[in-house]
Ligand binder design. Structure first.
Ligand SMILES: [Zn+2]
Length: 202
C-alpha cells in the first residue's frame, strides 16, 4: 500500500480510525470519493468541518443541537416533569421517531463500561442528579438505556443515585429484546416499551 499517493493514503488512514472501519473498507471508501466529482468531496469536507463549528451540546439536557436551548428544550408543549435518560443521540432520535414520548431528555453520551474505561464520572450523571434535586418540577425519570451489559450497569447505577431524590423511576418495558440497543429498536417496539414502562424494570 506504500505506492498510493500520500493524499490518498492520509484519507485512508483517517477513515480507518473511524469505529468499525478497517483498512480495506477505508481504502474502498477513499477510492470511491476520489472517483466521484470533486464537488462531492468538497461537500463532504464542508459537512465534516461544520460538525464542530455548528453543533453544540444543549446546555441543560446535553442533546446535540445547532441551537441552544435545543428545539426539544425550547418546545413549551413538552412535559418538563418527565425526563427520559438515554445513552446517546441516536437513542434520543429513535424515541422521538416513535412519537410516544412528549417529555424531556437527558443524554449521557455513553454507558458504564469499566472494560472501556468508562465510569459514572465519564457520563453526565451528576448533572442529571442535580437536575432531579434542583426543582420539584420533575416527577418521573424514565431510564431508557439499552438492555446490553453496559446499559444495564448504567440503569442500576442511575436507580441507586436517583432513588434518594424521591422522583418516580420507571424503565422501558420488556418489548426491547435483551442485548439490543435502543437505537436499533423499531418504532412500534419503542412506542410499546414506553407506554408499558415499569417501575422496577423487567
Ligand atoms: Zn435541549
Amino acid at each position: 500500500m506504500k505506492t498510493l499517493p500520500p493524499a490518498l493514503q492520509r484519507l485512508i488512514d483517517d477513515l480507518s480510525r473511524l469505529p468499525g472501519i478497517g483498512k480495506k473498507t477505508a481504502t474502498r471508501l477513499a477510492l470511491h470519493i476520489l472517483r466521484r466529482p470533486a464537488s462531492e468531496a468538497a461537500a463532504l469536507a464542508s459537512d465534516l468541518a461544520a460538525l464542530h463549528s455548528r453543533i453544540h451540546l444543549c446546555s441543560s439536557r446535553f442533546a446535540f443541537s445547532e441551537d441552544n436551548p435545543c428545539p426539544i428544550c425550547a418546545d413549551p408543549r413538552r412535559d418538563e416533569g418527565i425526563i427520559c435518560v438515554v445513552e446517546g443521540p441516536a437513542d434520543l432520535a429513535a424515541i422521538e421517531k416513535s412519537g410516544a414520548f412528549r417529555g424531556h431528555y437527558h443524554v449521557l453520551h455513553g454507558a458504564i463500561s469499566p472494560m472501556d474505561g468508562i465510569g459514572p464520572r465519564e457520563l453526565r450523571i451528576d448533572a442529571l442528579i442535580s437536575r432531579l434535586r434542583a426543582g420539584k418540577k420533575v416527577r418521573e425519570l424514565v431510564i431508557a438505556t439499552s438492555s446490553t451489559v453496559p446499559g444495564e450497569a448504567t440503569a442500576a447505577y442511575l436507580m441507586e443515585k436517583a432513588g434518594p431524590t424521591g422522583v418516580k423511576i420507571s424503565r422501558l418495558a420488556c418489548g426491547i429484546p435483551m442485548g439490543m440497543e435502543v437505537r436499533h429498536a423499531d418504532t412500534m417496539t419503542l412506542a410499546r416499551a414506553l407506554e408499558g414502562r415499569s417501575l422496577e424494570g423487567c
